[in-house]
Design a protein around this ligand. Structure first.
Ligand code: ZN
Length: 205
């Protein structure tokens, strides 16, 4: 899956679970960040493609690193509230027409919840990478969740990498949430649509 798709999985997933009602918008943003974290192992390739190719989808895509990074993210968010700081910064770039009529009440997720959200959405990232794989001359990419202790790779390709379907479905879900509300219901419905699409599409590839 691409980064925008992982981001939307995080946002819609947190809303579908109703986390926004209990812990406010910051936990939704936190889930969106966590949903992308395993892909940090692709960053070194920006500097040296050949040398670091073997690490992509391995170093960050395993349960040991998922737990470790979730603890770091959860602790730093509780201590420094970096999601809120980034939010204040991001608001400066919104067009003037966007106004916040009232300050939302400050809801904060406790650290254990943040760590669980981190582990949960990073694990979902692995599943997404297993079901969206191959295509465009690429071979299926095995995900090795037990690395470095086990080298067994898993993949269950339902659609090809680059298929626009998931983006279209999740964008539509987010637009519906923004326009009509009923966020949790729409988010659940979006996932029903997305999962149905994945399985239907796998028959037509
Ligand atoms: Zn990935």
């Amino acid at each position: 899956m691409t980064s925008p798709e992982h981001t939307m999985v995080g946002i819609l997933g947190a809303i579908a679970l109703g986390l926004h009602k209990r812990f406010g918008w910051s936990v939704v943003a936190f889930a969106a960040v966590a949903s992308n974290v395993p892909d940090w192992d692709g960053l070194p390739m920006l500097f040296d493609m050949g040398r670091f190719e073997s690490g992509h989808r391995v170093w960050g895509h395993n349960l040991v690193l998922i737990v470790a990074t979730s603890v770091v993210l959860g602790w730093t968010q509780t201590r420094f509230e970096w999601i809120q700081r980034l939010g204040v910064y991001a608001v400066k770039f919104l067009p003037n027409e966007v106004k916040f009529s009232q300050q939302p009440p400050k809801l904060l997720a406790p650290m254990p919840v943040l760590i669980l959200v981190g582990i949960g959405f990073q694990s979902v990232h692995l599943v997404c990478d297993m079901v969206v794989s191959g295509g465009q001359g690429l071979s299926d990419w095995l995900v090795k969740p037990f690395w470095p202790f086990g080298n067994t790779g898993f993949v269950y390709p339902l659609i090809r990498w680059g298929d626009v379907g998931p983006t279209v479905i999740m964008m539509a879900g987010l637009i519906l949430v923004a326009k009509f509300g009923r966020a949790q219901f729409v988010a659940v419905l979006t996932f029903v649509g997305l999962i149905s699409y994945l399985f239907c599409r796998s028959y037509w590839i």
